[in-house]
Design a protein around this ligand. Structure first.
Ligand code: ADP
Ligand code: MG
Length: 334
């Protein structure tokens, strides 16, 4: 069955993942991802960024979209097909070929004991992308698209490559099956700042040249602003604002997006350390809070925010999950 041309590439609808946290002798459930919905269209390839601070559910959402974890609730459709209803064979030979991952740490992706080209040949043969006679040429073409050559990579162990080179190889590995979507979870956060833009630039080029969609997950708004077409901002499992990147980051509406945009990296290492501890505590409190997850930190908090979950509101060309923008927005508490 061929999908209609206007069937979306990816439809994430109300995707939810429930985990338990231990509290003393008992445990409490929380929604690590809570009713996340987003759509990637087929017609125009996109770089779609999912951004948010650590512990906002980005990786959990990515793992569900990659088919690595089953959602607790909600549906994931790829080219119109419900991924949960695929047979094992369809999932392996079709879905996992179309949707490819890139992870944060290339040195954790590749075994230190295996030559790195092994992964490229293995993927070519597993998915029958080229014959043995043509594999070198095929792999060299893919490596060229990420700024490398087979000559530079062949026979090398991962530790003989720089972090930037190793991440390029892991992107090449993802490209071998000619996917329509790459889900890249913090792909540049372990690289030097000077290398980040070059990888992000490469994503833009891959989108243009190969029409591949990229779900780019990051906590770094600078690379997001530079590369993304659209962005979703995540906060404790919720998508709180979503739309064109120049709108969402240019003129943020949600108080959390504003806060994220204005937060500057902390220079004092001791302070970072104490703040990290506070952040971990805050994570549990916010994840299990009723009402709006941001109510405890929000400069515009109102009474209703502590009582009710804010609705998803369409406002100025984007979605924003905040009582400030509803038709009947209550007047701020004084
Ligand atoms: N397998 C798991 N079991 C229980 N809790 C988890 C698991 N994976 C992630 N979490 C929790 O879910 C929340 C979201 O985590 P994660 O998706 O990794 O966020 P992010 O990628 O935005 O940092 C965190 O509180 C994290 O501790
Ligand atoms: Mg993560």
């Amino acid at each position: 069955m061929q999908p209609q041309p206007d069937t979306p590439l990816l439809q994430v609808q109300d995707l939810t993942k429930i985990f338990s946290i231990r509290q003393g002798f008992s445990s409490k459930q929380f929604h690590a991802v809570d009713q996340a919905s987003l759509v990637l269209e087929t017609k125009t390839p996109e770089i779609f960024t999912i951004a948010g601070e650590s512990g906002s559910g980005k990786t959990t959402l990515a793992r569900m979209i990659l088919g690595m974890d089953d959602p607790s609730r909600g549906t994931l459709r790829y080219k119109g097909r419900d991924v949960a209803a695929l047979t094992r064979k369809e999932k392996r030979s079709w879905f996992l070929k179309q949707v490819q991952p890139v992870f944060q740490d290339p040195f954790a992706t590749f075994s230190p004991l295996k030559r790195i080209d092994h992964y490229l040949y293995e993927t070519v043969y597993n998915y029958q992308m080229a014959s043995r006679a043509n594999a070198d040429a095929y792999i060299n073409d893919v490596l060229t698209s990420v700024g490398l050559t087979l000559h530079e990579v062949k026979g090398r162990f991962p530790n003989e490559l720089s972090g930037g080179q190793a991440q390029r190889v892991s992107i090449a590995r993802a490209l071998i099956t000619q996917p329509s979507l790459i889900v890249a979870d913090e792909p540049v956060s372990m690289l030097d700042a000077s290398l980040r833009m070059s990888i992000v630039n490469m994503f833009r080029k891959l989108k243009e040249d190969q029409k591949v969609n990229i779900l780019y997950i990051t906590h770094d708004l600078a690379t997001a602003f530079y590369s993304a077409d659209r962005i979703a901002i995540m906060l404790r499992g919720w998508i709180v604002e979503m739309g064109p990147v120049e709108k969402v980051l240019g003129e943020p509406l949600h108080p959390y997006t504003k806060n994220l945009k204005n937060s500057v990296p902390e220079a004092d290492p001791d302070k970072v350390w104490t703040e990290k501890i506070n952040l971990a505590d805050m994570e549990t409190v916010e994840y299990t809070r009723s009402g709006c997850k941001f109510a405890g930190r929000c400069p515009a908090v109102m009474d209703i925010c502590r009582k009710k979950v804010p609705p998803n509101i369409d406002h100025e060309g984007r979605m924003v999950k905040c009582f400030l923008y509803g038709d009947e927005a209550p007047t701020p508490a004084t």
